[in-house]
Design a protein around this ligand. Structure first.
Ligand SMILES: [Zn+2]
Ligand SMILES: [Zn+2]
Length: 373
């Protein structure tokens, strides 16, 4: 079970309340699945992601057992505390949450406003926003040179009407009746008194009088945002770029989540890539291979001349230094050019005669080592 599993609000994904019946969930799923189905949205990456999300949410919420496990995990997650290794051990399959994930979940630690870590005062401490996930398709050369691209991100974001305050614009806020505007409440007495973040105003000291009409006072709305993402040069297919704080907004003053962008790199018609080396196949004629030749080979930046020595076998690979992928951390790779003797499909009469002549001069023991001649 991965972390994503309980970080995501599957109910919100399907647009149903937490109390929704199995029938409601099915109905909501059918509608959304139809709306985002790849068949109705060919080539639409956002719709495709959305379709996957909706399907994933439904696969959990439609299963009675999975749904109750999920609800439980979400409650723990929202309370901001009480995680421990699950029944299956820290990394077991029994639903345990990995311990090292916790610091991540709550913004690197130190973000808690109260000493109780959220336990006993449900949801009153700062909680980091959800991490959001997106994908980007890059051309082969874009991935190698690096680029800045725009990524569509679908998820909860700051409400544009109230800018996240939860208050209807133009309406006043009032002093929090619970803490009197201090933002914290003292527990205990004398030298043992500890102050805890106010669970009504979450430390702001103010409460909303008229909730925002767009978000009902929550401060967030679900929408698709365009986020600029810088792609470092030399990035590999399947790599993930983490964009800090571009996920969903935090709650109770917690930091926003991160955005994780998975990179899909397209193919190149000539080059393939292995680590930082590029490979290319270079057709040569039989005479070029036999007599030697200087052939021009394309690289990602211009062309180079490759000297093929006389007597080079088909399949021989030449290393052209420094013409591979340049990366900031791991240096620059090479271009590996493999020659392949090209045989003509059709022969004119004269060429055929020349080849017939050549045949009589060929050594007759090229396969002697196979032991079958
Ligand atoms: Zn709002
Ligand atoms: Zn308060």
């Amino acid at each position: 079970m991965d972390r994503e599993w309980f970080e995501k609000d599957f109910y919100a994904t399907l647009g149903v309340p937490k109390s929704a019946s199995a029938g409601d969930i099915k109905k909501a799923y059918r509608k959304l699945a139809q709306q985002y189905h790849p068949d109705t949205n060919p080539g639409n990456v956002v719709a495709e992601e959305k379709f996957k999300e909706v399907s994933h949410a439904y696969s959990v919420l439609s299963d009675k057992k999975k749904r109750s496990e999920y609800d439980e995990a979400r409650e723990l997650y929202a309370s901001g505390g009480g995680f421990g290794p699950g029944p299956g051990g820290p990394t077991g399959a029994g639903g345990g949450f990995r311990v090292e994930d916790l610091s991540d979940l709550f913004g690197g630690g130190g973000g808690f406003g109260d000493l109780f870590g959220g336990r006993g005062a449900q949801g009153s401490g700062p909680i980091q926003g959800e991490h959001l996930y997106s994908t980007v398709n890059l051309a082969f050369t874009e991935a190698i040179s690096g680029t800045t691209t725009t990524v569509a991100v679908d998820g909860a974001s700051v409400c544009r009407t109230c800018r996240g305050s939860g208050a209807e614009p133009g309406t006043a806020t009032s002093t929090c009746p619970r803490c009197g505007g201090r933002g914290s409440i003292a527990l205990g007495q004398g030298m043992f008194s500890i102050s805890q973040t106010c669970d009504v105003c979450h430390g702001t000291g103010r409460t909303v009088t008229t909730p925002c009409h767009t978000c009902n006072g929550v401060g967030t709305e679900h929408r698709v945002r365009s986020i600029k993402v810088r792609i470092p040069s030399g990035i590999k297919n399947g790599a993930t770029i983490r964009v800090p704080r571009k996920g969903s907004p935090g709650r109770n003053g917690g930091p926003p989540g991160d955005l994780h962008v998975r990179v899909h790199v397209g193919r190149h018609p000539l080059f393939t890539r292995r680590k930082n080396d590029l490979r290319i196949t270079v057709p040569v004629t039989f005479t070029e291979a036999a007599l030697g030749a200087d052939v021009t080979v394309p690289t990602l930046d211009g062309r180079v001349t490759l000297r093929i020595p006389a007597g080079s076998d088909s399949g021989k690979t030449f290393r052209i230094k420094g013409k591979g992928v340049a990366t900031a951390k791991k240096g620059t790779g090479d271009l590996l050019a493999t020659i392949e003797v090209a045989v003509p499909d059709e022969l004119d009469k004269e060429t055929r005669e020349l080849l017939e002549q050549l045949k009589t001069r060929e050594p007759d023991d090229v396969r002697s080592h196979l032991g079958v001649s």
